[in-house]
Design a protein around this ligand. Sequence first.
Ligand code: 13P
Length: 335
Amino acid sequence: MESSDLKKIAESLMNKNKGLLAMDESTGTCNKRFEALGIPQTEEYRRKYRELIVTTPRLEECISGAILFDENIDQSIEDGTLMIDVLKKKGIIPGIKVDEGAIPLDRFPGEKITEGLDGLGKRLADYYNKGARFAKWRAVITIGEGIPTLTAIKTNAYNLARYAVLCQQAGLVPIVEPEVLMEGNHSLQQCSEVTHQVLHAVFNALFEQHVDFEGMILKPNMILPGLESPVQDSLEAVADATVLCFLRCVPAAVPGIAFLSGGQSEQLASERLNAMHTRFKDKMPWELTFSFSRAIQQPALEAWKGDDKNVAIAQKLLYHRAWCNSKARRGEYTP
Ligand code: 13P
């Protein structure tokens, strides 16, 4: 694969009016969200829900790429069309989550390492043949008493870099996702320091593995105070801390940064993205957009409740959140 092809895909994903839709919840995560709403936790209900998402009218106006999970890359909508073909027909680039989840990092209590490198080259080739053009790998970093350790940061950074180089080799744009979790009572400043350290380690590892920065996308957390922190900072403080951290850590050759939402409310996630654009207009060397799962899907999931008669309203809500975020990524969002 020519590096110019990867660059073209990355640039299409970073379309100025659009962002990414993460619909790559693992079976366990999807079932947990279904359980909370009394939706049956079966493959058929997960299929129905994903059908609702991919057939949402006008989704392509706001969404450039959708991240699928292994279970749904082979699934079809009711009329027999593969979901991946429904996306392609709309001009939405299909992507695929390829990590195999995070497990405890032995000898480092409270920390995790993401698995999935074994046999990855072969899996990536299969996903490419099925039509995927980008991939995602998520590493998680927890802030707490004495953590994160340098070992956890470096080990996760190394795995992200190995994944990224294998993706580029297979013709897939890697979305590199190091997520510093919101859980905890840490301050905005602590999140900023940890994210800074993590991004330095990740870009150092990417550089060492000869990853082509122009053919990748970074999917980070915003810089936020912990969910249980007594101080919840203003939109402006979050926007400034986040963009300044990236200006210091993310090379200008990277085409774009697409945030995860991480458990923020839908509205706050949009407002914060919007504030970054209003405060740093024309001052960022990369595109800055969204790659949300919960902050796009949650209202739709709650409205659907597993009932066919709620599909139309759920799709309206899904489109609405995607539209709000496409506004926010241009600094034009008002709640
Ligand atoms: P959230 O937006 O719900 O954090 O999900 C994004 C994602 O892809 C997590 O890996």
